[in-house]
Design a protein around this ligand. Structure first.
Ligand code: PMP
Length: 454
């Protein structure tokens, strides 16, 4: 090997033709993005927001390339969707084959194997070894709505119990189930009835330390007094709350709620739409505490970016609905099913849940280091590659949404895509694709450290 060769640095890897680097060639957003944004403002309804108005041209691995040629590190994964990476090769290949074969027949008219294969995979991958069945839909909200329909049909009860800080979607029923008014519910009522809210376990915000079991007893007390156990069709809960602020309940909370459901003939529904498919370091977040849900709702990470969602659960519950009671024109579209089979193959073959655990350790360690010198970080928390910082007024637990927004905007300006969340809007969350390179992630965390320091 000549000297000149050894002096050259190793070429940066490429994924889907995208160099795995952070590189800004214009300000962010650049002139082409700004031009598109002006057109968008005239043509797209104002109610549809965008975190970062850079318009995307290509994406792969941990990088999003915009129309101005800027390469941004992706710490959002399109809100926990492209866990297997954008345009994952196995997803692309299967989608290309499927789209050329047929695009749609409607599973309710003339079915196809892909739908069945996705349901078989869900039965195998979701927690519990009981007999399971699934039904496929298009979006997370639709899956949640259908889980409620199934639970009501199976129990012949009406009431639905959800939790403080919950997010379950934007349709009429799921708006009622979602906790936060602005922007999700404000002005959009009246909402569906028979939805009741119980107190969550949110360790950072408890007035005094309380165990998971105690927090569960508090929630159960509210349900029994305000609803009555025998009126409850289902309890719907995110094992780690997503939009609500990456709230990880105290150990023991979920198992105690699940056990109460079993004892009272209530269907326990785990909404794993954000936590599912490897994100938390296990295939599903319920596994961390050995909780086996009666029904589980999935979407987002299931299909590597194509719209697909599912309700999976105990066969006898799933079959409680009369023929024709579940479905929809596009539910389980063949292209989305092909994408899901590619995504699932990648999750399993490449051990992406294991990778999520490793990336989570890397992020958590670094975030703790950053929090050490910056009193505006009240807490670092999360599971696997779903981690966040809660931003507060130093020396208090008073939420500081403006500071969280400032940190996030500074990351954007430096070429790192970050998202905020939380009931108080003060949580900055990190959701990198599980295939991101560790060097690139470390570089993005350097940017975050600088942003926090101001
Ligand atoms: N449930 C949870 C836990 C979610 O995170 C989301 C989306 N953020 C939804 C439901 C709704 O999913 P969709 O946006 O696909 O309707």
């Amino acid at each position: 090997m000549s000297d000149t060769t050894t002096l050259q640095s190793a070429p940066t890897p490429r994924v889907n033709g995208v160099e795995q680097v952070r590189r800004l060639v214009t300000e962010v957003p650049g002139p082409r993005s700004r031009e598109l944004h002006a057109r968008r403002t005239a043509a797209v309804a104002a109610g549809v927001g965008s975190t970062l108005p850079v318009y995307v041209e290509r994406a792969g691995g941990g990088v999003v390339v915009d129309v101005d040629g800027n390469s941004l590190v992706d710490l959002g994964s399109g809100i926990a969707v492209v866990n297997v990476g954008n345009a994952n090769p196995r997803v692309v290949e299967r989608v290309q084959q499927q789209v050329a074969a047929f695009t749609h027949t409607c599973f309710m008219v003339t079915p196809y194997a892909g739908y069945v294969e996705v349901c078989e995979a869900l039965a195998r991958l979701t927690p519990g070894d009981h007999a399971k069945k699934s039904a496929l839909f298009n979006s997370g909200a639709e899956a949640v709505e259908n889980a409620v329909k199934i639970a009501r049909a199976a129990t012949r009860r009406d009431a639905v119990v959800v939790f403080d800080h919950a997010y379950h979607g934007r349709t009429n029923l799921t708006m009622a189930m979602t906790a936060k008014s602005m922007p999700y519910k404000h002005g959009f009522g009246p909402f569906a009835g028979e939805v009741y809210r119980a107190p969550m376990s949110y360790p950072y915000r408890e007035p005094a330390p309380i165990s998971g079991a105690e927090a569960a007893a508090r929630a159960i007390g509210v349900i029994e007094k305000q609803v009555g156990a025998d009126a409850v069709a289902c309890v719907v809960i995110e094992p780690v709350q997503g939009e609500g602020g990456f709230v990880v309940p105290a150990d023991g909370f979920l198992p105690a709620i699940a056990a109460w459901c079993t004892a009272n003939g209530v269907v326990f529904v785990a909404d794993e739409i954000q936590t599912g498919f490897g994100r938390t370091g296990a295939m599903f977040a319920c596994e961390h505490e050995g909780v086996v849900p009666d029904l589980i709702t999935t979407a987002k990470g299931i299909a590597g970016g194509l719209p697909l969602a599912a309700v999976t659960g105990r066969a006898e519950l799933m079959d409680a609905v009369h023929a024709g009671g579940l479905g929809g024109t596009y539910g389980g579209n063949p292209i989305a099913c092909a994408a899901a089979l590619g995504a699932i193959e990648s999750l399993e073959d490449d051990d992406l849940p294991g990778r999520a655990a490793r990336l989570g350790e890397l992020m958590t360690e670094r975030l703790h280091q950053i929090a050490g010198g910056n009193p505006q970080i009240g807490e670092v928390r999360g599971r696997g590659a779903m981690v966040a910082i809660e931003v507060v007024q130093p020396g208090t637990t008073e939420p500081d949404a403006a500071e969280a927004a400032r940190i996030s905007a500074a990351c954007h300006a430096a070429g790192v895509v970050t998202l905020t969340c939380g009931t108080y809007g003060n949580v900055l969350r990190l959701l990198p694709p599980l295939v991101i390179g560790e060097d690139l992630l470390t570089e993005a965390l350097d940017v975050l450290a600088e942003a926090v320091a101001g």
